[in-house]
Design a protein around this ligand. Structure first.
Ligand code: DC
Length: 226
């Protein structure tokens, strides 16, 4: 029997960090569903396939192989056998990923892959539509939110640490644009599931959020008796 935790929220709300820390403490597998849409985007851009080029995009999807593995304690993403962990995090991918992930047949391909990954293990899956579409029956649903300004501040700091040359204003604009697109697309938009627990992390430390999430999971686990 698997136990599924869905964590949804806007870009930069801290989903990735929280998911990783909670999973480490509880011994759960993590699945970063955004990385899968980033892989589709990377493959399309590399092959010069626009979001409107249905025939070629479908061909890419037919042959795509996405794997997530832990190597020496680090989570790695492989696209058709190539390590693309870094390549999928560039400004170029950030700019284009919302357009590709809004396409119904892209989601029709990726969603079943995500369901399969969560079928037989204890997982924390993070994304935009996990609690609403991918696993509407998840054992725990969290909607992690934060203000655009707080998100931009965190991302800007992260970028500086990674040596990326982007201004705070550019980061804020990218975040606003992407979250606007992700929340207003027709298919599987970013939305809090009715039964999700809402956590605004704007004024909370990482440890405080981790503690809250673990508390919610523990209560549910006791009820499910695992
Ligand atoms: O979580 P992220 O920022 O790496 O996600 C990248 C993009 O992928 C995000 O802007 C929207 C899309 N996405 C999605 O549509 N559905 C998901 N479950 C996860 C991500």
């Amino acid at each position: 029997m698997s136990f599924i935790v869905a964590i949804d929220g806007p870009a930069g709300s801290g989903k990735g960090t929280i998911t990783k820390l909670v999973a480490e403490k509880l011994g759960f597998i993590t699945i970063d569903t955004g990385a899968m849409y980033r892989c589709v985007t990377l493959s399309a851009l590399k092959n010069n396939v626009a979001p409107t080029d249905e025939m070629n995009l479908k061909q890419i999807l037919n042959n795509i192989k996405i794997e997530m593995k832990k190597v020496d304690g680090n989570q790695k993403v492989y696209l058709n056998g190539e390590d693309v962990t870094k390549q999928i995090r560039t400004t170029e991918i950030n700019k284009n990923v919302s357009a590709y992930s809004a396409i119904p047949y892209v989601r029709a391909k990726i969603t079943p892959l995500q369901r399969k990954m969560g079928e037989s293990q204890n997982v924390i899956m993070e994304g935009r539509d996990i609690g609403t579409v991918v696993f509407p029956n998840a054992d725990v649903k969290i909607f992690l939110d934060a203000s655009d300004e707080e998100i931009a501040k965190r991302r800007y700091k992260q970028n500086l640490e990674r040596g990326m040359d982007v201004t705070y204003e550019q980061v804020l604009e990218d975040i606003k644009r992407r979250n606007e697109l992700d929340s207003h697309r027709e298919i599987a938009p970013l939305k809090k599931a009715e039964d999700a627990v809402y956590i605004d992390s704007s004024n909370l430390t990482i440890d405080e959020v981790v503690e809250k999430v673990i508390g919610i999971i523990e209560v549910r686990k006791t009820k499910k008796q695992i």
